[in-house]
Design a protein around this ligand. Structure first.
Ligand code: ATP
Ligand code: MG
Length: 420
């Protein structure tokens, strides 16, 4: 038997309403904040991620689904959404669009070759936003407020927003030196990845999952102490405006994010809920000021975040929050014989074109089984069609909730249901 690829999942018909509920909510909130959807391809040139995400990241080093197409081009299934959005921004010259800044969102499957564990899939759906073309602490605050709004709108409470500033390029150069001095003498005590990171991207040692409990991580110099005046002022303005609109946060001086292109504001949302499992990060994001130029684009900056729906669902489950059951159909037509079944199939055809959701029993079961089927399908109303109904055209329209029924003509069915 052929099985589903490792690390992927089927969203079964009994569960898909949960996804639709979340997706609809996300589209609506994006609209609230005036972000427009952007859809980029499922695969891109490998080069985009190597340059845009960075060669020292786990994503590029270990996790990409890269393949050659028949024209010998190296392509990669997208592991994240920012680089593709920025590629599209540059290619479509969005810096010249009349509407500025560019505020976009995406909701797309992403692909990463990862070790399978709870909350970690090889294909997962990310909802993410990017605000490109403006560098202002207030837009950072907008992005953070939207993010928290999303989680809170589902009723989640056990959340923590962690923020940090990783400063601008200048601040980081000094900080990186301090980190190298701090870690170099004992680097052999760290994992092999960190032994490479000390030369390629020392800040990422702070982000290492294997070495997170090492004493030197706790005592490492803090980025905050290396921020220049500008970076400090930027961070202060983000914080004071979060305070002003009542968004709670904690500062995590070790929060650096895994990608190379971040500057200034970096953030993560974690779930505190018991039973969430080992991975508690719900969302990550930050400001990127060098990315566009790194991809040969204009001198513009951006900020964004990405969350996965899979982990949002886990958080809902951990907090015992249930997604409403989907609505059933408006009408189920039971039929007593062959002729009635045929007629029922014609009636549902007409009703459906009038916007009424309805169904019949194609398995041609007995009446009792049909009623059960109507119940399972959540029918608001049922009618039973037999010889008499077919000759007079009158049927008993039964409301399943109250058990009440009234006589109506088949031709009136659609108007009655519209009134419901
Ligand atoms: P992690 O530290 O968990 O590996 P990450 O730093 O790789 O996360 P990002 O690249 O920032 O994650 O992606 C943003 C969000 O996407 C994460 O916070 C998480 O909610 C989600 N995410 C990342 N990888 C996966 C995955 N393999 N399966 C499901 N969701 C994921
Ligand atoms: Mg990861």
């Amino acid at each position: 038997m052929i099985q589903i690829p490792r690390g992927t999942q089927d969203i079964l018909p009994k569960d898909s309403h949960k996804w639709q509920f979340i997706e609809e909510r996300l589209h609506a909130i994006a609209k609230n904040y005036n972000y427009k959807e952007i859809r980029t391809p499922a695969f891109e040139s490998t080069e985009l991620f190597v340059r845009g995400v960075g060669g020292s990241t786990d994503i590029v080093n270990k996790e990409m689904y890269t393949f050659k197409d028949k024209g010998d081009r190296s392509l990669t299934l997208k592991p994240e959404g920012t680089a593709p959005v920025v590629r599209s921004y540059i290619e479509n010259k969005m810096q010249h669009d009349v509407v500025q800044p560019t505020k976009v969102y995406y909701m797309d499957p992403m692909f990463r070759y990862e070790r399978k564990q709870k909350g970690r899939y090889r294909q997962f759906v990310q909802f993410g936003i990017e605000a490109i073309g403006v560098e202002d602490p207030l837009i950072d605050v907008e992005v953070l407020s939207m993010l928290m709004h999303i989680y809170q709108s589902f009723g989640l409470k056990d959340l923590k927003l962690y923020i940090n500033s990783i400063g601008d390029q200048d601040s980081r150069a000094a900080y990186n030196e301090a980190l190298v001095d701090h870690f170099r003498p004992s680097i052999t005590e760290f994992c092999t990845d960190c032994q490479v990171r000390i030369d390629t991207n020392p800040m990422r040692i702070l982000d290492c999952k294997k070495d997170r409990d090492h004493e030197l991580i706790r005592t490492a110099p803090r980025m905050y102490d290396y921020l220049n005046e500008e970076s400090k002022a930027y961070f202060e303005e983000v914080k004071s405006n979060l305070d002003a609109i009542g968004i709670g946060y904690e500062i995590d001086y070790n929060l650096v994010r895994g990608l190379d292109y971040y500057t200034h504001t970096a953030f993560e949302v974690m779930s505190d809920a018991e039973g969430f499992g080992a991975i508690t990060t719900l969302c990550g994001g930050g400001r990127y000021n060098g990315l566009l130029e790194m991809l040969d684009g204009p001198h513009e900056t951006g900020i964004g975040f990405a969350l996965s729906i899979e982990r949002l669902l886990l958080a809902l489950e951990a907090e015992g929050i249930e997604i409403p059951e989907p609505e059933g159909i408006d009408l189920y037509i039971c039929a007593l014989d062959e002729k009635a079944t045929e007629k029922a199939s014609h009636i549902v055809h007409t009703l459906r074109t009038k916007g009424i959701s309805c169904d019949i029993d194609y398995k041609r079961r007995k009446l009792k089984a049909q009623m059960k089927d109507a119940d399972r399908k959540g029918a608001a109303y049922t009618i039973v069609l037999g010889g008499e109904e077919l000759s007079t055209g009158n049927v008993e329209l039964k409301h399943m909730g109250s058990g009440e029924s009234k006589t109506v003509h088949l031709d009136e069915l659609h108007t009655l249901l519209e009134e419901k």
